[in-house]
Structure formats: structure tokens, C-alpha cells
Ligand binder design. Structure first.
Ligand SMILES: Nc1ncnc2c1ncn2[C@@H]1O[C@H](COP(=O)(O)OP(=O)(O)OP(=O)(O)O)[C@@H](O)[C@H]1O
Length: 585
């Protein structure tokens, strides 16, 4: 149910405008002053007609009139500039707030949202606040004030004519009140449709190759067009209501103008009022169209703003967590060496309606050496890593690092001590060097060069046109899947973690590179705790211990030789070399 003004939304809107309140107040006062200067014009005109009638001089009055008009224009310009400036600052403030919010979102919240839709709130909805927080708010106040002042002045001239005017204007008010909530509703629908279409487009662009290969361009174009059309339809609905509200204003002023002309003319004829009063009254009516229009315009813009604020508030209500400090020295743990991890009876599901993914996992991971996790696809290996990073919290059970529950660690400090290489090894926009030092921007050139050599990236660096400074941004740019995996490992190594989580990082490497990376990881395991999700037998046989996961439980733990002898599932995997493949039938 949409009411004209929802208090919470109004409060949220004012919250956006609050930091700019001084500038808005100054700008608003200037705009009000210019409005009052305009309101004084009919009075001066009345005086002029009276003097002409009495045969008096009007030069001084004419100079005053010109002065009033000029001063009004200059004051209006200054006021509008201040309001425009404040409007830009409101958008900046909203974008800063939203950017911080988006980057602070907890992982499950982010996974539930559509990145494209979140983006549309950053680009589209913040822009809508621009006019609303300043011009509309000020327009509402100054328009109302100017209207009240003019109505009072008209009342002092002739109450009969004022009564006619107010009766006509009351009709406008009622129609406007009926139209406003519809503007808000349609505007929200339009913005939501833009968000959904943006989300779809984002998914399509993210899988560009797949879309092309499937020949699905026409289908996707149609879907995006459909979404755009939905937004258009809602936008047109809003425009219709806006046009109606504004059109009614013009009509009402003209109607009251004609009514006042008729009744006023009769009153002049009977001598009830002088001609100058009628002229001034008609001028007031003429000028009244602007402040009333201002109020109506502000009202409809506010409705659009409410829709935007509601969408921004939806993001603000999503759960957040402390933000990382960019791998600064202060955030890095003082302890060095590996970290002892223990899982006791950990249970976890991704959502209340989803099946349990981890069903009582208990396992100890000592502080040094390499521990490999193997098991069928969907067994919960990556989920275990996500829980170590505290992307999600277990539903029950405990995960401890060095004997301390992960929940008791400072989140930023905890993550600063963990290096995580995701399965799809994403690249970030920027140069290769920026990608490598992403987790630790203060790494020295020597450290970077050392890691580049260890991860066999030196031939890549030699080949790139600007070496380490070559942009490799979007989707890894020119990098192959195997190169991206090595860059991701190098990035994790540069950040000097205590615990290194590697999720299938050799899946796209050729034999030579895989062997080299295996050596790097084996060496790293001497100084830090290394956990790998592995799908190649060669990686696993190097591990100090292997944890076999199956359907969210630990099936067996041991060395390769022990497990081949004791665990039929592992033996089957080892025989086929498909350590994380689907289980045989
Ligand atoms: N964000 C998520 N929301 C809902 N379910 C999820 C999510 N991520 C994973 N799952 C489900 O949880 C289960 C375990 O997934 P997980 O990625 O941990 O398995 P895995 O053992 O790493 O598999 P693979 O070897 O194929 O990578 C799977 O059934 C998967 O579909």
C-alpha cells in the first residue's frame, strides 16, 4: 500500500540531504527571496495603476520594478547554483555510502543479490536523489511559502475573489494527492525493471563466449529488450500521472483566472472593488501558477525520490561485516609460521530450505605441512574453505585456529593471515604487478620478482609488452587459464599468509607447470599450513595427510598409501586418478 508520505522513507531521504543542510538552507532562502521579489511585483503594479489613475508620476516606481526584477533574477541564480552544488554533493555522499556498503556485504548476502541490480542502484538510484534532496525539498518549502504569502495578500484585497480562487485550487490539490502515490509506485517499478534487466545483461556479458557459442544472442537480446520495455512501460505510467498532475495546475489557474475575471469585473462595475485591485488580483493569479507548479513538481519528484530511497535502503538493510584494510602491515598477524586448524562436528547448510552440505565434519589440521581434501564433486570441500575464511558461519560445531574459535578472531586480522586461491582464479582490473601485490601493496620489488620466478611467471612477464606493468584487468585480459591460476597462487604467496587455501589450482596447468607449482606448494608447506583441494593424484601423493570427504562427512584421513589400503572410495579414485570426479555408478 503506497501512502503519500511514508515517514521512514522520508526520514531516510532527509538523512541523505542532512550533510548538505547548510548549503540547501542558503540556496533555499535565496530562491525564496527571489520568489518574494516576484510576489512584490503585483503590489508595485497595483500602485502604478493607482498613481496613473490619480495622474501621479511613475518614474520612481518603474525604476523600483526593474530593480526588483533584476534583483530577483540574480538572487535566483545564486540560489539555484547553491542548490545544484548541494545536489551533486548529495549524490556523491549517497554513492560513497553505497560503495562502502556494497564492499562490506557479507558473502551470503552478496550471493543472494544480483550484481547487475546492485550496480543499477549505484548508478541509477543515486542519480535520482540528485534533484529530490535539494530542488524538490526546497521547491516544496519555498513553493508552499510563496503560495501562502500570495494567498494572504490576495485575501487582504478581496475575500470574495479569494474564495473563488481557493475553491478551484482545492480541486487541484485533491487530484494531485490522488496522483502522487501512483507516481511513486510506477517509478519504483521502473527502477526495479532497470535493475533486473541490468542483472540479466551482466550475466550475459559475463558469459559472452558461451552465449555466442550457443547462438543465443537473439534470445538474450529479446529478454533484455523485454526488461527495458517493462521499465519503459512503468516510466510512461509515471509520466502520465506527472503530466496529469501538472496539467491540472495550469487548467486550475486558468479556470480561476476566468472566474475571477468574470466575478471581479462585475464587482468593479458595481464599485465593490477598484479596477487596480482586480488587476493586482489577476496578476497574483498569474504569478501563483509558478509556486503551485513548484509544489506539484516537488511532490512528484519526491515520489520518484522515495522510490529510489527505498531501493537504496534495501541495500542498507543487508548484513555487513568489517572491511579489510588492504593488507596493510597493521592488519597482518604478528604471529608467523602456520596455524593449527581444527573442525569439530561442523554442520552447515547454505540456506534454511537447502540440504545440509557439511554433516558433522571433525578433523584436525596440524600447523605445518600440506593437507589435501579429496572427495566426489559436491562433497563440501570448497565449502570447508569458505567456512575457514568466515564467508559463512557454521550452523553448529566449531572451527578453531590455534585453539581459538574463528568467531572470536577479529575478522580482518583472521583474513589477513589466510591466503585463498579460488577455483576460477579471477583477475582484478589493473596491471599484473597490481594483481600480484593485491593482498599486500607494500611488497618489495624483490619479493615480487622472487614469487614470479617461483611460480614460473617470468616467461609471461618477459612476453608482456610492459612486463609487470601490463594491464591484465578484465577477465584476465590476455592471460590463459593456467597463467591466471599461477598469478592467483603468486598473489596469495606475496601476501605471506599463515594458512594457504588452494582450491583446485592446478586444474588448468600443463604437466611441466604443474610439477613446478607442486614444488612451490611443497616448499610453502614448510613454513605455513597449506590446505589443498586436489583433483590430481600427483598433488595428493605429495600431501602429508589426505582427508577424504563424502556427502559432507569425513570418510577417512591418512596418507596416500594408508588410504589406498583402507578406504575403498579413495582406492577407486586413486585407481582412476579422478580424485574429485563424480563417483562411479
Ligand atoms: N552458494 C551456495 N548456495 C547454495 N548451495 C551451494 C552454494 N555453494 C555450494 N553449494 C552446494 O553445496 C554443495 C557442496 O559444494 P562445494 O562447492 O563445497 O563442493 P566441492 O566438494 O568443492 O565440489 P567440487 O569438487 O565440484 O568443487 C554442492 O551441492 C553445491 O551445490
Amino acid at each position: 500500500m503506497h501512502t503519500l508520505i511514508d515517514r521512514t522513507t522520508l526520514r531516510a531521504l532527509l538523512e541523505h540531504a542532512r550533510p548538505q543542510r547548510r548549503t540547501i538552507l542558503c540556496g533555499g532562502l535565496l530562491v525564496l527571496l527571489s520568489g518574494l521579489a516576484a510576489a512584490a511585483l503585483p503590489l508595485a503594479a497595483k500602485e502604478l495603476v493607482d498613481r496613473l489613475g490619480a495622474g501621479g508620476g511613475i518614474t520612481g516606481l518603474l525604476v523600483l520594478l526593474v530593480g526588483l526584477a533584476l534583483a530577483g533574477a540574480v538572487i535566483a541564480m545564486a540560489g539555484n547554483y547553491l542548490l545544484e552544488r548541494a545536489a551533486e554533493s548529495v549524490v556523491l555522499g549517497a554513492r560513497k555510502r553505497l560503495a562502502r556498503r556494497l564492499l562490506s556485504l557479507r558473502v551470503p548476502e552478496f550471493q543472494r543479490a544480483e550484481p547487475g541490480d546492485l550496480l543499477s542502484r549505484f548508478t541509477g538510484d543515486t542519480t535520482l536523489l540528485r534533484e529530490v534532496c535539494t530542488h524538490a525539498l526546497v521547491g516544496l518549502i519555498t513553493g508552499t511559502a510563496t503560495t501562502v504569502v500570495m494567498v494572504v495578500m490576495m485575501g487582504t484585497m478581496d475575500l470574495v475573489l479569494l474564495g473563488i480562487t481557493l475553491a478551484v485550487l482545492a480541486v487541484v490539490g485533491l487530484l494531485a494527492l490522488a496522483g502522487m502515490p501512483m507516481i511513486e509506485k510506477s517509478s519504483h517499478a521502473a527502477q526495479s525493471a532497470v535493475g533486473e534487466t541490468g542483472a540479466r545483461l551482466e550475466r550475459v556479458l559475463g558469459a559472452f563466449g558461451t552465449v555466442k557459442a550457443a547462438g543465443a544472442e537473439a534470445r538474450e537480446i529479446a529478454a533484455v529488450e523485454h526488461g527495458a520495455r517493462e521499465a519503459w512501460r512503468a516510466g510512461v505510467r509515471s509520466a502520465r500521472w506527472e503530466a496529469l498532475v501538472h496539467g491540472v495546475n495550469g487548467l486550475a489557474v486558468q479556470a480561476s483566472f476566468l472566474a475571477v475575471l468574470g466575478v471581479g469585473g462585475a464587482r468593479v462595475a458595481t464599485g465593490a472593488i477598484p479596477l487596480s485591485t482586480l488587476v493586482a488580483f489577476l496578476l497574483f493569479l498569474f504569478f501563483l501558477e509558478e509556486p503551485i507548479g513548484q509544489v506539484l513538481h516537488a511532490g512528484s519528484k519526491l515520489q520518484i525520490g522515495f522510490a529510489a530511497v527505498r531501493r537504496l535502503r534495501e541495500v542498507e538493510q543487508m548484513r555487513t561485516e568489517p572491511v579489510g584494510t588492504g593488507g596493510s602491515v597493521a592488519a597482518r598477524p604478528a604471529e608467523r609460521g602456520g596455524g593449527r586448524l581444527s573442525f569439530s562436528d561442523v554442520r552447515f547448510r547454505y540456506g534454511p530450505d537447502l540440504p545440509e552440505v557439511l554433516r558433522g565434519v571433525s578433523v584436525e589440521v596440524p600447523a605445518s605441512g600440506m593437507t589435501a581434501f579429496v572427495g566426489p564433486s559436491g562433497a563440501g570441500k570448497s565449502t570447508l574453505f569458505a567456512l575457514i575464511e568466515r564467508f559463512h558461519e557454521p550452523d553448529s560445531g566449531r572451527i578453531r585456529l590455534d585453539g581459538r574459535d574463528l568467531a572470536d578472531w577479529d575478522l580482518v586480522g583472521l583474513r589477513a593471515g589466510i591466503g585463498y586461491v579460488e577455483q576460477d582464479a579471477p583477475m582484478l582490473s589493473g596491471s599484473l604487478r597490481e594483481n600480484l601485490v593485491y593482498g599486500r601493496p607494500d611488497a618489495t620489488d624483490e619479493e615480487v620478482r622472487d614469487v614470479v620466478a617461483r611460480t614460473r611467471l617470468d616467461s609471461l612477464v618477459d612476453r608482456l609488452p610492459a612486463g609487470l606493468d601490463t594491464p591484465v584487468g578484465h577477465c584476465g585480459g590476455s592471460l590463459s587459464g593456467g597463467e591466471r591460476q599461477r598469478v592467483a597462487l603468486a598473489r596469495a604467496l606475496v601476501s605471506l599468509p599463515r594458512v594457504l587455501l588452494l582450491d583446485e589450482i592446478t586444474s588448468q596447468l600443463d604437466a611441466a607447470n604443474e610439477m613446478a607449482i607442486r614444488d612451490v606448494v611443497t616448499t610453502a608447506a614448510k613454513t605455513m599450513t597449506v590446505l589443498v583441494v586436489a583433483h590430481r593424484l600427483s598433488t595428493v601423493t605429495q600431501a602429508d595427510r589426505i582427508v577424504v570427504l563424502d556427502s559432507g562427512t569425513v570418510r577417512a584421513v591418512g596418507t596416500h598409501d594408508e588410504l589406498v589400503a583402507s578406504d575403498p572410495l579413495y582406492a577407486e579414485f586413486a585407481a582412476t586418478q579422478l580424485l574429485t570426479g563424480e563417483r562411479g555408478g
